[in-house]
Design a protein around this ligand. Structure first.
Ligand code: PLP
Length: 374
């Protein structure tokens, strides 16, 4: 049996997305910057996609920019808000994605800024009272950068509360919404956010395409400079089919949000009930009662010869899972998120991330293999 349970690393493309992209690839070769009809055709595809993305987020089209990835979006937002908006302090958390953490380090070494990390509890919840208290000090213009849903343990941020705190203290707010966008409602007309990032390949769309929402009130300037594409915000000839694919994927996920959530939440609870039924010694990292991404299950299992190589051993049985998080280099290293939540050192973590394609039979199979491995 082949079971793909690594959807937080990347999702398969939804057939509708594939169809749209292949159509655009076949029919639209013009450069969107060209003024002739072939160029205008490509431009129309991009602007239509932007409009749909903006509508889903309740933003205006002028606030949506296409990039190559959420990594690029996050790098740009962090560096450029310091460079262009006079940010002197960034408040973040130790459980952010490496593209945020490494951007923070880089910005700290390039600019005269202070970076402060909030404390997190054992489930990865950020201490928001601490945020409120830190923001009382208004001597330095501050950017708060907190992810909406954690990619390793699934814990979700109360974005509305954080937004309220930031508005109260006049701080800018950046949220990495890669794992939550489309899957959960985000209404930027109600929840004030200064910057938001998302990525195509986590929402059943293509790789190599990301978005960046920049609120009109805090426009920054380009990070990547060149021919002035994306209204001078992000140069480089646009990834027309990637952009079309992103919008199609978001359309699909928003339209099918309830089906998707019901399916992944159902499978999550089914998996947990089977684990309990079998009496397996598995703990789950991150929030379990509320404020969690339904599709992410972070399993904390006893250490043994077999569990030490758990991802490898599951792979032998056709199961694609992930160590704490996706490791870009293919080399497993200790997870900063597990360290931040003080996960037990005598146990091993494996992440299963579910999609609507998974089935109860697959969950039974995984439980059976896990039982043999732990
Ligand atoms: N932020 C989070 C929370 C992620 O999970 C990922 C991908 O793993 C990224 C950012 C990076 O996204 P991309 O692959 O588009 O660069």
């Amino acid at each position: 049996m082949k079971v793909y349970l690594d959807n937080a690393a990347t999702t398969p493309m939804q057939p509708e997305v594939l169809e749209t992209m292949t159509r655009v690839m076949k029919d639209t070769h013009g450069n969107p910057s060209s003024i002739h009809q072939a160029g205008r055709k490509a431009r129309t595809i991009i602007e239509d996609a932007r409009k749909r993305v903006a509508e889903h987020l309740q933003a205006s089209t002028g606030e949506i920019f296409f990039t190559s990835s959420a990594t690029e979006s996050n790098n740009m937002i962090i560096h450029c808000s310091v460079r262009d908006l006079g940010v002197k302090r960034i408040i973040s958390s130790p459980t952010e994605h490496p593209c945020v953490l490494n951007s923070l380090k880089s910005a700290e070494s390039m600019f005269d800024i202070e970076v402060d990390y909030l404390s997190v509890d054992g489930q990865g919840n950020i201490n928001l009272d601490e945020l409120d208290q830190k923001l009382q000090d208004k001597t330095k213009k501050t950017l708060v950068s907190l992810m909406h849903g954690n990619n390793e343990i699934g814990t979700m941020l109360d974005l509305e509360r954080v937004s309220g705190i930031c508005v109260k203290h006049e701080a800018l707010l950046h949220t990495d919404a890669v794992q939550s966008v489309g899957k959960y409602p985000i209404d930027l007309s109600k929840t004030k956010v200064s910057f938001l990032s998302a990525s195509g390949h986590k929402i059943y769309g293509p790789k190599g395409i990301g978005i960046m929402y920049i609120n009109n009130e805090n426009m920054i300037e380009a990070f990547i400079k060149g021919g002035g594409q994306e209204r001078k915000m992000r140069s480089g000839t646009e990834n027309v089919y990637g952009i079309a694919g992103f919008a199609e994927a978001l359309d699909w996920l928003v339209e099918n949000r309830k089906m998707h959530l019901d399916k992944v939440e159902g499978l999550r609870q089914y998996f947990k009930s089977k684990v309990a039924e079998q009496g397996l010694d598995i703990h789950f990292n991150g929030n379990q009662e509320q404020n969690y991404l339904s599709n992410i299950l972070s399993l904390c299992i006893p250490k043994s010869d077999k569990s030490d190589l758990i991802v490898f051993n599951l792979d032998i049985h056709g199961i694609c899972a992930s160590a704490g998080s996706a490791c870009s280099s293919g080399v497993e290293h200790d997870s900063h998120v597990l360290a931040a939540i003080d996960a037990p050192k005598n146990r091993k973590t494996v992440r299963l991330s579910i999609s609507h394609h998974n089935t109860k039979e697959e969950m039974d199979y995984v439980v059976e293999k896990l039982a043999a491995l732990i």
